[in-house]
Design a protein around this ligand. Structure first.
Ligand SMILES: Nc1ncnc2c1ncn2[C@@H]1O[C@H](COP(=O)(O)OP(=O)(O)OP(=O)(O)O)[C@@H](O)[C@H]1O
Length: 344
């Protein structure tokens, strides 16, 4: 993921009455950013984005590659200018008060900005000075954030000797030095093994509990988004859905029914005829997938009909909707790229 510092002219501004109330950590209305595309075209990286993130919330920003996540973060951190719309972050307007926004947020980039030959303590001190922290505070804040990151005992080891998870915690610690009100994390667990991923999440939850930090986290990991307080799903620059993961899943209702048979092609045709219009039936590499309300009640009927056609059912399961099903429901695609293949 890249961050961009766009340089386009921006429209005249005023703060619209429709922006969320000041208790929101982040509020956007009609936020948009376009880039000049190839051959005179325009790429609408983000369009008409309305987001409200409460203070102290862990908020996931979920979307496939190229959906507009980095562009949104860049605008919210006042690193890229919106082409249109409004946004306030930690009480400051990204257009008219970009300096205040940058003072009040922390931003974890995907690319490491640590010097591997220096120790955690040295890296933090350099960052603190670059950030203009008063000398008297640097020592205390460095010790505090090292403690929060669980790295006090490694404070004098060269960074190159730390594990991937430790380095990521150190990157997060760096962003906490100036005690930001909102912390943006761009895919914070990318490249980490499952154990280190889990540790980073424990660390983020602890930050939320301890400091009441607002965490805005981009991800394409469905399980990570599902563990956040609320999630916004973005696709092709537009907001698809926003809400608590449970509520988003409950709103679509349909379960996912998976059938594995000895003749999937024939089974697909049979099943297709049984299911009412408007419900999806797709062939996947691992069987036939249906999206239906109360999926488990369909299984005996589906199996009996298939067997009456001489098709053996090897496995059948019904699972409640996931955030991928929410994405599919709104876009007709899986977040990881599977097209709606032959469904209804
Ligand atoms: N500086 C730029 N100039 C032109 N087009 C850009 C620029 N930055 C991003 N884009 C385009 O804007 C769209 C959104 O890109 P963005 O990087 O915000 O998506 P993303 O969701 O962060 O993707 P990924 O998860 O792959 O990093 C893409 O079509 C991208 O090609």
């Amino acid at each position: 993921m890249r961050l961009h510092t766009g340089g386009e002219e921006i429209a005249p501004q005023h703060t619209p009455a429709t922006l969320g109330p000041p208790e929101y950590a982040i509020s956007t209305r009609d936020l948009a950013k376009s880039y000049p595309g190839p051959k005179g075209t325009t790429t609408h990286a983000v369009s008409g984005l309305d987001l409200d993130v409460h203070r102290g919330e862990t908020f996931a920003f979920l979307g496939p590659n190229g959906a507009g996540k980095s562009t949104t973060i860049a605008m919210l951190c006042a690193l890229a200018r919106p082409t249109a719309g409004h946004a306030t972050v930690a009480g400051a307007d990204v257009r008219t008060q970009p300096h205040q926004v940058r003072q009040r947020v922390g931003m974890l980039f995907q690319q490491s900005a640590l010097d591997p030959d220096l120790t955690p303590e040295q890296n933090l001190r350099i960052h603190a000075r670059l950030y203009g922290l008063r000398r008297a505070h640097v020592h205390r804040r460095t010790a505090e954030v090292l403690e929060v990151a669980g790295l006090t005992d490694r404070r004098s080891s060269p960074v190159r000797t730390l594990s991937g998870g430790m380095r990521r915690r150190l990157e997060i610690a760096r962003q906490l030095l100036h005690a930001p009100g909102v912390l943006f994390l761009d895919e914070p667990t990318t490249g980490l093994d499952p154990h280190a991923r889990a540790q980073i999440w424990d660390h983020l939850y602890a930050l939320r509990e301890r400091n009441g930090s607002t965490l805005f986290i981009t991800t394409h990991q469905l399980d990570e988004a599902a563990n956040c307080d609320r999630v916004a799903i973005i696709d092709r620059g537009r907001l698809v859905a926003q809400g608590a993961p449970g509520a988003l899943k409950a709103a679509i209702g349909d379960d996912r029914v998976l059938l594995r048979t000895d003749q999937d092609e024939r089974a697909h045709r049979v099943v297709h005829r049984m299911v009412p219009r408007g419900h999806s039936v797709t062939r996947q590499t691992d069987g036939i997938c249906l999206r239906l309300p109360d999926g488990s009640s369909w299984i005996p009927r589906l199996c009996a009909t298939l067997e009456s056609h001489g098709i053996a059912v090897r496995a059948a399961s019904a699972t409640p909707p996931t955030l991928d099903d929410v994405f599919f429901h709104h876009t007709g695609r899986s977040i990881h790229g599977t097209q709606h293949g032959g469904g209804r």
